[in-house]
Design a protein around this ligand. Structure first.
Ligand code: SF4
Length: 516
């Protein structure tokens, strides 16, 4: 047993390996945390110099004449989140934190009704769960206070939400899947720091989402597409949407003749303030997207994650000074959050995303009203919220969709999931238990029965890594290629029957992002 002041547990094989985002950074929190971040060689790819917002149809594009204030990014830095995370981990180590990379936390450690740390997973188990020669048992890491910041749809956060009923009384959470590629393109097509956002094509007006393109430099681009996750209408294919977006003349004219460098995917938490639950409980605090902190109106969450981490640190510091880590003392975190600019920002954007639950035009109308009256709770949204609960899990006829038509990749602008996957750096120890759990009875009854009939097995489409495949011979079966998994968590959110459980595989497995 040994003592450490601050320990960070990271399942990626290096810090930043599982971090993926657009991303245009609001540097407000970073400036507060490390005012000299530029002097410390913080990896900023470019500064936004020009931006545009487009509505796309299949072949045409319509530019918005003006971009409303909350959407503007002029002067903000463009970052690769994986690079930024790698750099921040090094800064944390310099400040004395111990970072355990390649270590998968599998469960909070709960004793006597309070969290007192977490449990890391065993390594060295074979496919059947038997011990391999390199077996190492998981460890209990005990702490006076544990901070959970796992990003969207965190495994431990979900357990805490259930154990401590953190979300009772809050609106249902909403999610999207973001799929991203980084491209190298010929020079002379776009200026360094130029960005664009789009909505419309290839989505129909009843599905929320849109595209982005950020120029890291004249020759390197971040291109991505966000698609709403709706388990009641699970036919969306986020990878396909990105491929179609790249084929649109607006994007194709910029990337033709270029080459993709990296590929990845991650879910996004977008319910905003109304969907946030309690931020703390006995022995623990929740930060970033684990707490639901993401401003969908600005398409930003990195600064809120940083700020929530800082507020959590202040709360813990006070608790340690007073030698009181009780749940009541940790509630100070909520108070700090409510008094911060992070709360103010989320309050102004509240219900932005919910407005789009009734379609694009409804959402735009509501967004316009909310820009005029920030923080206003609109009757239209309250109706939307009601729709998003209870019966939403049911399969409403009007929301059922047929599978999208077949899509042929050209190998130039567009690529199959399998090919994209090679550019994600994803790898896992093959000889380990499958980390995507489906009960055998559900597999027979639902996967091969009801889901097949009612939805045509949408897991084969919504997974951006081709993990789920149906084979017909020698008999119909669902093949799960778990080693392809990007850890995006789309399957556990988009599965219409809720029978897929994502569990952390051996630490170090998963994507290996370096420029996403
Ligand atoms: Fe994402 Fe699930 Fe596919 Fe893994 S299996 S890449 S978590 S959708």
């Amino acid at each position: 047993m040994f003592d450490i002041d601050v320990a960070v547990v990271e399942k990626g094989r290096h810090a930043g390996a599982h971090l993926l985002s657009g991303a245009v950074l609001d540097p407000r929190a970073l400036e507060e945390l490390l005012p000299d971040y530029r002097m410390r060689d913080c990896p900023l790819e470019a500064t936004v110099r020009r931006e545009s917002l487009w509505f796309l149809t299949g072949k045409n594009k319509f530019a918005f004449p003006a971009i409303p204030e909350p959407f503007r990014n002029d002067g903000l830095p463009i970052v690769s989140l994986s690079r930024l995370g790698y750099w921040m981990a090094a800064e944390a180590e310099k400040a004395g934190a111990a970072i355990f990379t390649g270590t998968a936390a599998i469960s909070p450690l709960v004793e006597n009704g309070a969290v007192c740390g977490l449990v890391t997973g065993d390594t060295g188990l074979d496919r059947q769960g038997n011990r391999r020669p390199d077996y190492l048992a998981g460890t209990e890491l005990r702490a006076k206070v544990t901070v959970f910041g796992e990003g969207a749809a965190g495994t431990l956060a979900e357990k805490l939400q259930k154990t401590f009923s953190l979300n009772s009384g809050s609106a249902p959470q909403l999610h999207e899947t973001g799929v991203k590629e980084v491209w190298r393109i010929p020079a002379g097509r776009i200026g360094c720091g130029e960005i664009l956002h789009s909505f419309g094509y290839p989505l129909s007006p009843d599905t929320y989402g849109g595209g982005w393109l950020y120029a890291y430099s004249e020759t390197e681009l971040s291109i991505g597409f966000v698609t709403a996750i709706n388990p009641a209408a699970p036919q969306a294919d986020p990878h396909r949407n990105l491929q179609l977006f790249k084929r649109h003349p607006l994007v194709a004219s910029l990337i033709e003749g270029g080459a993709p460098l990296e590929y990845g995917a991650k879910t996004i938490t977008s319910g905003g303030l109304d969907a946030m639950g309690n931020l703390s409980g006995p022995g623990f605090l929740m930060t970033g997207e684990s707490a639901g902190m993401l401003d969908m109106q600005r398409l930003k969450g990195i600064h809120l994650a940083m700020k929530s981490g800082m507020l959590a640190a202040e709360t813990i510091f006070e608790a340690l000074i007073r030698n009181d880590c009780s749940a009541a003392m940790l509630q100070g975190y909520r108070k700090r959050f409510r008094n911060s600019w992070a709360y103010e920002e989320l309050q102004a954007a509240r219900q932005f995303r919910q407005g789009f639950e009734k379609g694009l035009y409804h959402g735009l109308l509501q967004a316009g009203l909310q820009l005029k009256f920030p923080g206003l709770s609109l009757p239209l949204t309250r109706f939307g919220k009601k729709e998003a609960t209870g019966e939403t899990a049911g399969l409403k006829k009007k929301q059922k969709r047929t599978a999208p038509p077949p899509f042929r990749h050209d190998g130039l602008l567009t690529f199959s999931k399998q090919e994209c996957l090679y550019r994600s750096g994803t790898m896992h120890e093959e000889n380990q238990p499958c980390h995507l759990k489906i009960n055998p009875a559900d597999m027979t009854e639902i996967c091969l029965g009801r889901c097949r009939e009612e939805h045509g097995n949408p897991c084969t489409r919504f997974c951006p890594a081709n993990v789920y495949e149906f084979t017909e011979t020698p008999e119909p079966a669902l093949k799960i290629s778990a080693s392809n998994c990007l850890h995006c968590k789309t399957c556990m959110l988009a599965d219409p029957y809720g029978i897929i459980t994502w569990t952390p595989p051996e630490g170090g497995g998963g994507p290996g992002y370096t420029i996403s």
